[in-house]
Design a protein around this ligand. Structure first.
Ligand SMILES: [Fe+2]
Ligand SMILES: [Fe+2]
Length: 463
């Protein structure tokens, strides 16, 4: 009996039921200017440590914050929050579980307001790992800060589908360096594996089902077509309030099923109500969708919507309609370069030929930004200066302002050549553009007048 017990103990000691091991390349989620989440799939729920820092010597570390089991995979997704990041900075990271260590990889932290950035958009990569891999590699070559995926990652929510259709080597290589934000498609649905693999950034929605986040001068809203999105429902009301509250320069919304599209599954009429009731009144600048496997630019009520559903699933045939501006039956992804003044879009095929380009500008008019440190009126030197043909002029308005704010440009004789602002403004930092293309080279003066305050800056137009 004693021999038998000893033998059993030896078996238990040398044949543990499960080993701690990282079973997939770690990848990145929920990027912000000071934080990111690393998702690490492991064979056990034993704590994962991620070492990180601005050099490969690391210096910082975080441990598993959330551990979510996959369904049918006998694995666990560890979600580790890397905090206290400096904005727009390259960090290196490495995950460790027991004796298992990932390769060291790097990413760039998110940017603050006023800093431009690049992001990619892709959707419907299911059922075609080869083309999906091509697009993953192509997006990595574009060096974006992050990407947005509009759903239908794989044919269904089974563990094997996620592994064989979504987590293909080129996608994993990409998302280990470039975080992605997602929304659910009708194929994988908002199922247990979808929820295990993703980490939605915490937001005022209070649910991972749908969320918003800020990056630079953009407010992004992710809407989920796999949970209730009825007009007047919880998700609808939250998006209405969320878009009302943001003060960001640009507002971008994404979800799976396009409100306007011609060909494939066509249009989603419920989302058309969201358009007219929320997106247009709240000043949304552009909308990204998938679901239809092609590229299509549609416009309704001056709001542009892009179907970028060519991530790999077999292509549908786009058709024409009054709201269609341009279509292409092409595998595709989008690259968007954002500054406070403009967004430039290029749609590429999976072999990197250009499918479409477009630029939005907000060079005129004013936009306010949050700035809690303001105590008085202020006028900044224009940038660039000298300039040709346009320049940007920033100024501060103190909290509680009740007076009219006037910003105007004068020529050397004192004649007003342009009034840029003439209205009562709430407290904040504002920026206006002055377009000098109609004027001749020379010295001009920009003057801010408000209450008992006035200040003048000399500005120089050189053609
Ligand atoms: Fe779909
Ligand atoms: Fe699809």
């Amino acid at each position: 009996m004693k021999k038998l017990l000893t033998a059993l103990l030896l078996v238990i000691a040398f044949c543990p039921l499960s080993y701690s091991a990282i079973s997939m390349t770690p990848y990145l989620q929920a990027l912000s200017s000071n934080s990111v989440f690393v998702c690490v799939e492991c064979s056990t729920a034993d704590t994962v440590t991620v070492n990180y820092g601005t050099t490969t010597g690391f210096g910082l570390s975080s441990k598993s914050l959330f551990i979510v089991p996959t369904s049918g995979g006998s694995t666990f997704i560890h979600k580790i929050n890397l905090i206290n990041l400096t904005a727009n900075t390259v960090y290196y990271y490495q995950a460790v579980q027991g004796p298992s260590t990932s390769t060291t990889t790097s990413f760039r932290s998110g940017v603050l307001q006023g800093t431009g950035f690049r992001f990619c958009v892709m959707g419907d990569c299911r059922s075609n790992p080869t083309t999906h891999g091509q697009i993953g590699a192509a997006m990595l070559g574009m060096n974006p800060l992050f990407s947005i995926y509009t759903g239908d990652y794989c044919i269904d929510d089974s563990y094997s589908s996620w592994k064989s259709q979504y987590f293909v080597p080129d996608e994993l290589n990409f998302i280990s360096k470039v975080p992605f934000f997602g929304t659910s498609g009708n194929h994988e649905n908002w199922g247990p594996n979808n929820q295990a693999f993703f980490f939605s950034p915490p937001s005022t929605s209070g649910t991972p089902d749908y969320y918003s986040f800020d990056m630079g001068d953009v407010h992004f809203v992710s809407i989920n077509n796999s949970v209730s999105y009825t007009v007047g429902g919880a998700q609808y009301n939250w998006v209405m309030n969320d878009l009302s509250a943001t003060t960001k320069r640009w507002k971008i919304v994404y979800f799976h099923e396009p409100a306007y599209s011609s060909g494939g599954h066509g249009s989603n009429t419920t989302m058309q109500s969201w358009y007219s009731n929320i997106f247009i009144p709240k000043g949304v600048d552009m909308v990204f969708c998938g679901h239809n496997h092609f590229y299509q630019h549609c416009i309704s009520g001056n709001l542009r919507q892009f179907v970028i559903g060519g991530g790999g699933a077999s292509l549908y045939v786009p058709t024409s309609s009054s709201f269609v501006v341009k279509s292409a039956q092409s595998y595709c992804y989008g690259v968007f370069d954002v500054t406070s003044a403009a967004i430039h879009m290029t749609i590429y095929s999976n072999t990197n030929s250009v499918v479409d380009t477009l630029t939005w500008s907000k060079p005129l008019g004013i936009h306010g930004t949050e700035n809690s440190g303001i105590t008085s009126f202020g006028l900044y030197q224009n940038y660039p200066n000298p300039f040709n043909p346009s320049t940007r002029i920033k100024f501060d308005v103190p909290p509680g302002n009740s007076s009219n704010v006037n910003v105007a440009v004068y020529d050397i004789s004192g004649k007003t050549v342009a009034t840029l602002v003439n209205e009562k403004l709430n407290g904040g930092t504002y920026e206006v553009s002055f377009d000098g293309s109609r004027f001749s080279s020379g010295t001009y003066f920009c003057k801010l007048t408000a209450d008992n305050f006035s200040d003048v800056k000399k500005i120089t137009l050189i053609k």
